[in-house]
Design a protein around this ligand. Structure first.
Ligand SMILES: [Zn+2]
Length: 303
């Protein structure tokens, strides 16, 4: 089931950074392997048993007063990080998608990679989320996966990565009524960072727009960070789009080229309210350029 060429160690170190109260534990490097259609993060050494807790998650120790207490082991923190990554069910296409492995081919892409790196480095000290927008195949999902991978595995950020189509399907399945507190909705509202891939894709019914509006608004009110990718035009030209004080760079750009001018606008896909909220919550990053998947290696790097 392995790819034969596992991605580089994503943890960066074999010693987990653990909050106080947890014992640091030496563990094998974390690697990303292919399992079926998805990528999974695992210890490089399969079947590794923690020398500190024998995979029990901790041990019983005596505290200063002589009471027996359960002391969680540092390996639980690392396992939690891998679990966060694995819950996302990232497709195998992105097995090697890191921010470093993204190869920019246009000036916009150079800038997008820089913003993704800065966001990841600064997090949680960021002003808001990001919306990567642009034509199909420019590497927006690669950047989003790269951020997600860094934040979950290296920083241990509570982070969810969802495909927009699957998100709507899951929400639909879980709702018996229009009650906004379904078991699917609540974790999405409360998770620290939510990544929505391919925002606006598919047919949006009024119901879907209402549910998405509810989710985005509640995250907005809770001050949670949201990151999106979208293949739709998210430029401001021709659309009022609300107050986007966060995104001067995005305002300066003209949107899609004439060749792709027929691409619908994100605001038309998700509705005025959601688009307007996103403008307040996120910096918009245009990822323009030729389709990576179609051009392959045919285009040289900008620098
Ligand atoms: Zn342990």
């Amino acid at each position: 089931m392995t790819t034969g060429q596992p991605a580089a160690d994503s943890s960066g170190t074999r010693r987990t950074t653990v909050p106080s109260g947890l014992t640091p534990v030496e563990h094998p490097a974390i690697i990303i392997r292919e399992r079926g259609a998805f990528c999974v993060a695992e210890f490089e050494e399969r079947g590794w048993a923690c020398p500190s807790c024998s995979n029990r998650g901790g041990s019983v120790v005596r505290d200063e007063q002589g009471y027996e207490v359960f002391a969680p082991c540092g390996c639980t923190q690392t396992r939690r990080r891998m679990e966060l990554f694995n819950q996302a069910r990232i497709g195998v296409r992105y097995i090697n998608a890191t921010l470093e492995s993204y190869e920019p081919k246009t000036a916009d892409q150079v800038s997008a990679q820089r913003q993704a790196l800065d966001f990841t480095k600064m997090y949680p000290g960021v002003n808001g989320g990001l919306v990567f927008w642009g034509a199909v195949g420019t590497g927006k999902t690669h950047l989003a996966v790269g951020i997600f991978r860094e934040l979950t595995l290296r920083k241990g950020v509570g982070c969810r990565f969802v495909d927009y189509g699957n998100l709507l399907q899951d929400l639909k399945r879980s709702f018996g009524s229009r009650d906004g507190d379904s078991p699917v909705m609540l974790p999405l509202v409360h998770v620290e960072l939510l990544v929505i891939d391919e925002l606006g894709k598919g047919r949006n019914t009024e119901w879907e727009e209402t549910v998405l509006d509810d989710l985005i608004s509640r995250r907005y009110n809770a001050g949670r960070t949201t990151l999106c990718t979208t293949n739709y035009d998210a430029s401001k030209s021709g659309h009022d789009g609300g107050q986007s004080s966060l995104n001067p760079a995005y305002q300066a750009r003209g949107g899609f080229s004439a060749a792709s001018g027929s691409i619908p606008h994100l605001e038309d896909r998700v509705g005025v309210r959601i688009f307007s909220r996103l403008c307040e919550m996120c910096e918009f990053v245009h990822v323009s350029g030729a389709d990576f998947r179609k051009t392959g290696q045919g285009i040289s790097r900008i620098r």
